[in-house]
Ligand binder design. Structure first.
Ligand code: ADP
Ligand code: TPW
Length: 580
């Protein structure tokens, strides 16, 4: 080696030996090492520098106006990619704002990590009144799948690895990672720091079902006369699309998609029983649940919805404790959906009989009847327009663009859009989910647009939109191809309620009449449209999608069109009683 070269090498070695790094860098290094390239968040003490550094190191930092929406963006990004979405917040209030999204992610089985800066333990534990002081770790625990705190910079690698694994392995969920301010500025030797990082290997390992559980399930399936498959968002999340489609088609069994599983097979698939939903739920004798829980969305597996016909359930899920949660499950198949469905498919041998003509014929008859009835309703052109005529316009545009992501929330807007807007591709529909939460609109739209690079159409009730409306600025700032359609009927559910006392205050469900939501987006440079007919709505939506610009369509709906709580009237006995 030449003398000059030798001295350079020595210099480098010396420099490396004395070079230090800090907690800020290590957090970013740990995320990047695990292929995480985006952070959704909102800055402030002590994480502003962390956000700056993330950007300087080539990550994307998407800054929001409220942490709940950053959290929702992270959660939906996790659902789409199977990688945990990251939400970064400040301490106490910022953390709590993000916590709603974390809890919602956990409830929906979306993988995300909420990372919050926090005050020093010494001060928090003695309750000495720090700036934004809060015992965040304990506050997060009940609402997260896991919660961790890192106190030493050399543990950041392990902390991030644990958080990633907890978020995506088994049943996915929300994870909280607490990073005290002091941790971020701790320095340590750069070489040692690099060695402390962990690249997570096989974060969500396949979990093969036990062969005897598969055998049992196949026996139950073979005994069925009127089988039904129910696909949930767990099935969509699993990205086992070909396997699931293969199972459905090979078995010939009719299926129902839960709302976010729409598009896993195209809604126009001939085996879809969506248009005969009530009939198949009541009449089926064997129901195969794939990544769907028997919670309130399925009337807990009992009661009128499920009819008098006794049922036997086969349930495919990764979580063993989900089994028997509401009713007895005859054949649980525990494992990841891809592996379980592959095993079930393999069990469909020569002795398996596809469902008979009697069952399929009865479903087809109901389907045709209901579809004809629906077509009649959709074809009407009332003035002012109503949910149906507006949704017909949107449906016809979206039919030509199956690649578009659809976000949907509201009461009537949610219920009608779910059944009227067909989906053609998996993981393109994102909605209020397991909680029926309002406020996911703009967060999910931003998360989906940033993650997929594809356009988003958000179909929003006017009340629902209000929860996240300020994020229009975020959409404009990042120039995201999001078109928000506000179904404006002047209030929550509708705009016609009156104050029974005749007093000055409007009824609890009523908003400002004739609000111009389209003007909100104009304030940030986006394009606003004001529409009062299906034709105007069609034209605006086509133009908005073609332009790819941030846009908002104020769709004026008959203020008397909505029903209280949409189709959830049965969960609202008090309100029904008051109206008697
Ligand atoms: P829906 O609301 O669409 O009915 P749920 O959220 O109730 O769906 O149910 C999703 C289910 O899917 C959860 O019970 C969850 O444990 C399960 N799940 C999620 N991911 C997987 C996976 N990769 N493999 C197996 N089960 C999964
Ligand atoms: C976080 C309660 C359920 S649906 C809804 C509210 C307030 C809004 C319905 O009105 P909207 O839709 O959006 O105008 P539409 O189509 O009927 O006209 N707070 C939270 N979550 C929920 N679910 C509520 C309140 C609710």
């Amino acid at each position: 080696m030449a003398e000059a070269d030798q001295s350079t090498t020595e210099d480098t070695l010396k420099q490396q030996a004395t070079e230090t790094t800090d907690g800020f860098h290590l957090v970013i290094d740990a995320l990047k090492l695990n292929d995480i390239d985006t952070i959704f968040g909102l800055v402030g003490i002590p994480i502003t520098d962390l956000a700056r550094l993330a950007q300087a190191e080539g990550m994307r930092f998407i800054g929001f106006r409220h942490e709940q929406h950053a959290g929702n963006a992270a959660a939906i990004s996790g659902y789409i990619t199977q990688k945990p979405g990251i939400c970064l917040t400040v301490s106490a209030p910022g953390f709590l704002n993000g916590l709603t999204a974390l809890a919602n992610a956990t409830t929906n089985c979306f993988p995300m990590i909420l990372i919050s800066g926090s005050s020093e333990r010494e001060i928090v534990d003695l309750q000495q009144g720090d700036y934004e002081e809060m015992d965040q770790l304990n506050a997060a625990r009940p609402y997260a799948k896991a919660a961790y705190r890192v106190l030493h910079a050399e543990d950041i690698g392990i902390g991030v690895a644990r958080a990633i694994r907890a978020a995506v392995s088994g049943r996915p969920g929300g994870v909280y990672l607490d990073l005290p301010a002091k941790l971020l500025s701790q320095t340590l030797d750069a070489v040692k720091a690099q060695q402390s990082l962990v690249k997570v290997v096989d974060a969500a390992p396949r979990q093969l079902p036990a062969p005897d559980s598969v055998k049992r399930a196949i026996e139950v399936l073979k005994s069925a006369k009127r089988p039904l498959i129910l696909l949930g968002k767990g099935a969509a999340y699993a990205q086992a699309d070909a396997e699931i489609r293969g199972f459905v088609e090979q078995s010939g069994i009719p299926y129902l998609p839960m709302s976010m599983a729409k598009g896993l097979l195209p809604d126009t698939h001939e085996q879809s029983a969506s248009a005969a939903r009530s009939f198949v739920l009541q009449e089926a004798d064997v129901v195969v649940l794939i990544g769907a829980r028997l919670n309130w969305l399925l009337s807990h597996g009992k009661g009128k919805t499920w009819g008098a016909q006794p049922k036997r359930f086969i349930q495919v899920d990764i979580s063993p404790t989900e089994i028997d949660s509401n009713v007895a499950i005859a054949a649980p198949v525990i494992g990841d959906i891809g592996s379980c469905v592959a095993a079930l498919r393999a069990g469909i041998d020569a002795s398996f009989r596809q469902p008979g003509a009697e069952w399929l014929g009865a479903i087809a008859e109901r389907k045709n009847r209901n579809l004809a009835k629906m077509a009649e309703t959709l074809d009407k052109n009332p003035s002012p327009m109503n949910f149906h005529s507006a949704l017909r316009a949107i449906r016809d545009v979206l039919k030509t663009r199956p690649d578009i992501n659809v976000v949907n929330e509201g009461a009537n807007t949610l219920d009608y859009a779910r059944s009227i807007i067909d989906m053609y591709e998996p993981r393109k529909r994102f909605d209020s989910g397991t909680w029926g939460i309002m406020g996911i609109g703009m967060g999910f739209s931003i998360g989906a647009a940033v993650t997929t690079g594809k356009p988003v159409v958000a179909i929003e009730g006017d009340s629902a939109f209000g929860f996240s409306g300020m994020e229009l600025e975020t959409i404009c700032r990042y120039e995201l191809p999001v078109c928000t359609i506000v179904f404006n009927n002047n209030g929550v559910y509708r705009g016609t309620d009156v104050n029974p006392t005749g007093g000055k205050d409007v009824a609890p469900t009523v908003f400002v009449k004739g609000a111009r939501y389209d003007r909100m987006i104009e304030a940030f440079g986006g394009v606003g449209y004001h529409t009062t007919t299906p034709e105007e709505l069609t034209k605006a939506l086509l133009e908005a999608i073609a332009s790819g610009k941030p846009s908002l369509i104020n769709a004026v709906i008959d203020e008397a069109a909505g029903t209280e709580s949409g189709r959830l009237t049965n969960l609202n006995p008090q309100s029904a009683a008051m109206k008697k």
